[in-house]
Design a protein around this ligand. Structure first.
Ligand code: ADP
Ligand code: ZN
Ligand code: ZN
Length: 745
């Protein structure tokens, strides 16, 4: 076949659409597309009509072999990009995620894409510019000399094609000048694609501040890092040991080599402080991608990273999908944090995804934590990850002293025992700050009638309503339902309605009465809703005046609060007694992370853990031997029971208004999977069983688990199974999902 006949044959594009279907769709390409254009079409966005709607899809590839009757294939409406929105590397990453998590590719691609690009906004960074109109160009050279500023604009534009925002600022030209010229019909506003960064801009990776001299341990860790090759490093270092300093120095190396760095941090909370440290160190453009970034900014930052304009990207989970022109290193701070796993839609782990990404790019990835996840620790112990350890605090800070307070038979004041109250009083009297940690917001988790035992329950969930006092109301923390708090028991009309249990508001109120001369500052989801509220509060606390901070897990995350001398953990028993297989892992991490807030600088730190089970062997192990030994002990328990990381699992979840429907669907899943692979010693099926909270938001929820002793077997069963399940009639009627490497069991 000659080249000329080939070009005349019809070409098709395989397109991924944002629909919950695992298939791809063929559309015909316009006859006019040239071979050169076709080569660049993969990853471009297109407009197509699909079942009487117009959708924006992504081109996967171009071909000449239609998947069904060519006469029925519709032409695509419009190609939106001149250049791929998804560079090849990102496309490959998305394919991996779609396959590994058994999620439709179209939805996977859409998860990665910023909202504005999903809606079809331009895929290039544009800048606003001002140009002369035809009339303006017709003016004589000094045609505006009576208005000197307007004359200046005219002169510039007679020699240059346009005037940019930054040039206008630099020349001190006011908006009124421009407006006057626009009104006269001489000037018009336009936008243009930003030119690629100049070499000078790329080289602008200056280190702004002098880094501290590294400790021996830090130096040893840095010396072991290798660049330009794939390796996963687990940097296990106690809080305050200088992990961030290692990230900064590793990044400096990568930037010097002309490459970019991707830094993942847990969900909002510690972002402002972390980002500030990066900005203090580097003068290069840093793009942020997290929930506090507006959609349009997110869009710009995404493109800046893709085009190599931003040298560092810092973001939460979703940033793992940022396209990067020259990625040289990935850093995952607090790698154990649960927020790295997405809990709906594409249920991916940003950590695992990043490790895969680093392997394909042949670059290093550093997982940092004071309390590594059991998965990562297991990999480090077995040599799959390179283990780096920091055992001492950087600078002058010393590790805090930790004590357990036995609560049994002791009077409690808003959850605090006498010793804890005294320690708080002493801390404040010494001019220091304290943290009181309670993992529950609101005033009390239960409102109970003392006369008849009635409990305020959520109508839509299997849950108690939490009592809030500021303002007074009942609130379901699961479905977000809110209602006024009753004055009388709806069942027996008694007025003896008593709060039971403890939330942050209650202890806050008590502490305010107890220590009226000091600020008591509550930090939980209720007090930090306003944008920047958390940052502002932490800045205030950072000034160092004596105060008590009271809060939930938001406080546990890596905030650097130098003046905290005391941390009280009000109740650590919940985690120990939890039925969730990760309960004790999480508790250990939480205790160590909260404790890590104490004594960060010159103030010596003290941690008090209140418990009704002070002799619990796990607690004992954590106290006397530290997190690493504790985690190893948990690992041997997991090994004995075949739980992750010794077993691999996928959780099918289904929910429906009527419980039978969800159960019926999962029974079908059970039949399908066990036909593909019968249960054996290495393959186990569990369920369908009710989810931990069976009823949530008016829907009944069930689950079915597949457990195997090898990842490969698990993936094999899922690959065949999900395909078959997809085609079953029940599937269309049911809200269901599959969660690979689920956090729960
Ligand atoms: P981590 O990330 O492990 O919690 P950081 O990197 O935040 O620890 O370090 C804790 C504190 O110690 C920070 O204030 C940091 O500036 C300081 N620091 C880190 N490394 C050094 C060093 N080598 N010498 C002096 N101070 C250091
Ligand atoms: Zn009652
Ligand atoms: Zn509810």
């Amino acid at each position: 076949m000659t080249a000329s006949t080939q070009t005349q044959q019809q070409w098709y594009a395989t397109i991924a659409l944002p629909v919950p279907l695992r298939s791809l769709f063929d559309y015909s390409l316009p006859q006019t597309t040239t071979p050169d254009t076709r080569k660049q079409l993969a990853g471009c966005r297109v407009k197509v009509s699909f079942r009487s709607q117009t959708l924006i899809g992504i081109i996967i590839n171009c071909h000449q072999t239609p998947s069904f009757d060519p006469n029925k294939i519709k032409p695509l409406d419009e190609i939106l990009d001149k250049r791929a929105t998804f560079p090849a590397e990102l496309l490959k990453l998305c394919w991996w995620a779609a396959n590994y998590y058994h999620h439709p590719i179209g939805e996977t691609l859409y998860t990665a894409l910023p909202q504005q690009l999903r809606q079809g906004k331009p895929g290039e960074l544009t800048t606003t510019v001002w140009r002369l109109t035809v009339e303006g160009r017709g003016l004589p050279k000094d045609g505006l000399k009576r208005a000197p500023k307007q004359q200046e604009v005219l002169q510039h534009l007679l020699v240059h094609p346009h005037l940019r925002g930054d040039e206008i600022e630099a020349r001190n030209i006011s908006p009124t000048t421009l407006a006057a010229m626009i009104k006269k019909g001489l000037l018009e506003k336009d936008s243009t694609i930003e030119p690629p960064p100049t070499q000078a801009e790329v080289d602008n990776t200056l280190v702004l501040e002098t880094p501290p001299n590294l400790s021996q341990e830090q130096q040893a860790a840095i010396d072991q890092l290798r660049y330009h090759q794939f390796k996963t490093y687990l940097l296990e270092g106690i809080t305050g040991s200088g992990k961030t300093e290692i990230y900064l120095q590793a990044i400096a190396r990568v930037l010097q080599a002309g490459q970019q760095a991707l830094v993942l941090i847990p969900e909002i909370g510690l972002t402002p402080q972390t980002i500030k440290r990066f900005r203090q160190r580097f003068s290069c453009p840093i793009a942020e991608l997290h929930s506090n970034v507006s959609e349009s900014k997110r869009n710009q930052n995404w493109m800046a990273a893709r085009d190599g304009r931003a040298q560092i990207v810092i973001g939460t989970r979703l940033a793992a999908f940022t396209p990067m022109k020259q990625l040289g290193i990935i850093i995952i701070d607090e790698e154990h944090d649960l927020s790295y796993k997405q809990q709906d839609g594409l249920r991916y782990s940003a950590r695992d995804l990043s490790i895969y990404r680093a392997s394909t790019l042949r670059i290093p990835v550093i997982l940092g934590s004071a309390t590594p996840s059991l998965e990562s620790l297991h990999n480090a112990i077995h040599g799959r990850y390179h283990h780096l350890r920091l055992t001492k605090r950087a600078g002058s800070a010393k590790p805090p002293q930790i004590n357990i307070l036995d609560l049994r038979q002791k009077p409690l004041f808003a959850g605090l025992c006498g010793e804890a109250v005294k320690a708080l009083a002493d801390t404040l009297a010494n001019g220091h700050q304290a943290i009181v940690f309670i993992n529950r917001r609101g005033y009390a988790p239960t409102l109970l009638c003392h006369q008849c035992g009635w409990i305020a329950e959520c109508r839509s969930c299997d849950a108690h309503m939490t009592l809030h006092r500021t303002p007074l109301h009942l609130h379901c923390h699961h479905c977000n339902a809110q209602q006024p708090a009753p004055r009388q028991c709806p069942s027996c009309h008694s007025t003896q309605l008593n709060p039971r249990g403890l939330g942050t508001e209650q202890t806050e109120q008590w502490l305010q009465q107890q220590f009226p001369q000091y600020p008591v500052i509550r930090i939980d989801r209720d007090t930090t809703q306003r944008k920047n509220a958390l940052t502002e509060t932490l800045e205030e606390v950072g000034k160092g005046e004596p105060c008590v901070l009271i809060g939930t897990q938001m406080l546990a995350k890596g905030h650097h609060l130098p003046k905290i001398a005391l941390v009280v953990i009000v109740d650590c028993d919940q985690g120990l007694l939890s039925s969730d297989f990760r309960g004790s892992e999480r508790l250990g991490q939480l205790i160590v992370q909260v404790a890590g807030r104490a004594g960060r600088e010159d103030v010596p730190g003290r941690v008090l853990i209140q418990s009704h089970t002070p002799d619990h062997p796990l607690l004992e192990c954590l106290m006397t031997k530290g997190y690493h030994r504790y985690a190893r002990q948990l690992l041997s328990e997991r090994q004995a029971t075949g739980l992750p990381p010794f077993g691999f699992s996928a959780l099918f979840r289904a929910e429906s208004k009527r419980p039978e429907n969800a159960i019926e669907f999962l029974q079908m899943v059970a039949r399908t999977l066990s036909q593909i692979a019968p249960a054996s010693r290495d393959i186990q099926y569990l369920g369908p069983i009710p989810a931990r909270m069976e009823k949530l938001n008016e829907r009944f929820r069930y689950q079915f688990q597949l457990k195997t002793s090898s990842r490969k077997v698990l993936q094999g069963i899922l690959k065949k199974g999900v395909k078959q399940i997809d085609q079953h009639a029940l599937t269309k009627r049911t809200r269901w999902s599959v969660d690979v490497d689920a956090l729960e069991n």
